[in-house]
Design a protein around this ligand. Structure first.
Ligand code: FE2
Ligand code: FE2
Length: 345
């Protein structure tokens, strides 16, 4: 595994580096937090060991910034404390750290904890396989272009805003934000089982075809349930299942497949619902051109308390400019866009 050690004490750094290299890891070191963030951004690093205070950042600020970065793989963050109290432990965990240790580090303990981190990285790889499957489903759906990628970015932005604004306080933390980013990609997974004739049909679907299309919610959830057939299903699969099943439910109970209403709809699905609809509105369809960003914002705000959870709409209104930026950065290339397409699902 590629590790990065952020440590300002050279002797300590060398000691830990040698220890972990002997275990077969590739270990990079730096004494500056900003430099560490730069190295993480360039990819490859799967775990970072962060000294309580580096030359320029303390470990809480470092963790917060690292958790906000768009990384392909999960970054495991472990804090190395010189001295600590309960309040500091709570703060680093709330900022998104996975684990912590005290210095001087015990050689056996650090090697075992890094092994744990490796196990989590392996689970993450399995998760990525599911996400790859979701993207495969999307590739058959010729109208959607980069829909999955944008929806997960929008969902993360909403969740992050809700966390910062204290909306649904206690239900959203750094892990929830990371988790929704990864699981939102699974929302249309069930389209793998929808016939091509319907998935790539030009123009609007007939009512019967629409009923078949609606089944992608149950099929996606059932697919994930079959993978979850183990004693302790992980949070990734559980949230993925919630989202796949319920992202077309409506706050007023008029959605599908179960007609759930209000807070009976899982929070993750209420967030993805807005991300999904914003993307559908701002993308071209055979029966409509793409709405502008401001039109889409207005339509979503108007649907607060009917289609959407008003609290999630409040967060959406606070970060709509970021949605606009993501939309522009992640727009479909001309090759992705097929002019004759069917209704959004
Ligand atoms: Fe979708
Ligand atoms: Fe869908």
């Amino acid at each position: 595994m590629h590790l990065l050690l952020l440590e300002s004490d050279r002797q300590q750094a060398m000691r830990i580096k040698i220890l972990l290299q002997e275990e077969g890891h590739v270990v990079l070191t730096t004494s500056r937090g900003l430099d560490a963030l730069e190295q993480i951004r360039s990819g490859q690093i799967r775990m970072v060991l962060v000294n309580q205070r580096s030359e320029d950042l303390d470990c809480i600020d470092f963790t917060r910034i690292a958790r906000r970065m768009s990384l392909t793989d999960y970054l495991y963050i472990m804090i190395l404390f010189d001295t600590f109290n309960q309040e500091q432990i709570n703060s680093v965990l709330a900022a998104g750290a996975d684990d912590y240790m005290t210095k001087p580090v015990n050689p056996v303990e650090i090697s075992l904890r890094v092994k744990n981190a490796e196990r989590i990285a392996a689970i993450d790889t399995r998760d990525e396989a599911l996400i790859a499957m979701a993207k495969l489903a999307e590739s058959r759906d010729r109208c959607t272009g980069r829909h999955v990628e944008r929806v997960r970015l929008y969902a993360r932005e909403l969740a992050q805003a809700m966390w910062e604004m204290g909306i649904y306080f206690g239900q959203i933390d750094a892990n929830f934000v990371d988790l929704i980013y990864r699981t939102a990609a699974l929302h249309d997974l069930g389209k793998v089982a929808i016939p091509d004739a319907i998935l790539s049909k030009s123009g609007k679907l007939t009512p019967h075809e629409y009923e078949i299309m609606k089944q992608h919610t149950r099929i996606g959830a059932d697919t994930l349930a079959s993978v979850m057939n183990q004693p302790s299903p992980c949070r990734f699969l559980r949230m993925g299942q919630e989202i796949a099943l319920s992202h077309h439910e409506r706050w007023d109970g008029r959605g599908y497949p179960n007609g759930l209403s209000g807070r009976d709809i899982p929070l993750s699905a209420r967030i993805v619902a807005i991300a999904d609809v914003y993307d559908a509105l701002t993308s071209a369809r055979s029966y409509k051109p793409a709405f502008s960003h401001s039109q889409a914002v207005q339509l979503i705000i108007d649907a607060s308390d009917s289609q959407f959870d008003p609290m999630v709409v409040e967060a959406f209104a606070a970060v709509e400019e970021t949605f606009d930026r993501i939309r522009q950065q992640q727009s479909d290339s001309s090759e992705d866009i097929v002019s004759h397409i069917r209704p959004a699902a």
